[in-house]
Design a protein around this ligand. Sequence first.
Ligand code: BDR
Ligand code: CA
Length: 313
Amino acid sequence: MTTKIILDCDPGHDDAVAILLAAGNSNIELLGVTTVGGNHTLEKVTRNAAQVLTVAKLTDVPLYAGATRPILREVETAEGIHGDTGMEIHGFELPEPALSVQETHGVQFIIDTIMNEPAGTVTLVPTGPLTNIALAARLEPRIVERVKEVVLMGGAYGTGNWTPSAEFNIIVDPEAAHIVFNEKWPVVMVGLDLTHQALATKEVEEQFAALGTNVGDFVVGLFGAFRKNYQDAQGFDDPPVHDPCCVAYLIDPTVVETVKVPVDVETQGLLTTGRTVADFRSPAPADCHTSVATKLDAERFWSMVLDAVKALG
Ligand code: BDR
Ligand code: CA
């Protein structure tokens, strides 16, 4: 049984790897890619998504542009981590996109797909700010009960990365995140607590280089720039490759341990806006619809990504 997904992203180095993992693993059926303003402007992240699909010869995967900006707040981008293009790369020439962006708005595509596919079969995988997903839930509330689950990269039950309290995807659009976490669909929060275990070490990078393929070289180029930026901006030795962890969870849930726990989003805090507040105090109530990712089997994760990249050639 394959899992049908819509990848809602803002490429972004790690978003790019999420696309590759989803497209290169036969357990996943990638119904489409939608983009959202986040790591950089909508225009840039959509171009980046088109370039990723072009490098991997995935030009038949439909690409849709979504929301340009958060629901209430000003745009905040992450050039310090992703560079001026939103997907800075070392030693690899990105091609001109060989596919066009679809005319339908990304939010409409999300709604149409969920309404047209059998109920309970489509999984949403947001790896950027949650603006498109929140707008889709408001525009067509019936999608909430039709979605299989929402497996998102964002948040943290421990320390944030954009502020001490908040992770980037959540703090960019906390109101959207509030909507997504409070709708009664199953939500799996793959937050920093988990994704900081997905480090692209030099040893990992060498495995991709050893493939000797175009897509392998693309990944090496992504990791090179991502490492430098993470070292400069956040003092990491190796970059955490957040977004594909969501896809890995869907391919094999034993790679990502999760715990059922109520989660809500702070939108008003003086110091804590954008915080995903997880309540670990007692066993989760029977109707709890949220869980958080806790532990990654990093070795199996990387071998999954490597296999996908190998399969893409
Ligand atoms: C998240 O923020 C973005 O910069 C990454 O692509 C990832 O989705 C990590 O905080
Ligand atoms: Ca992202």
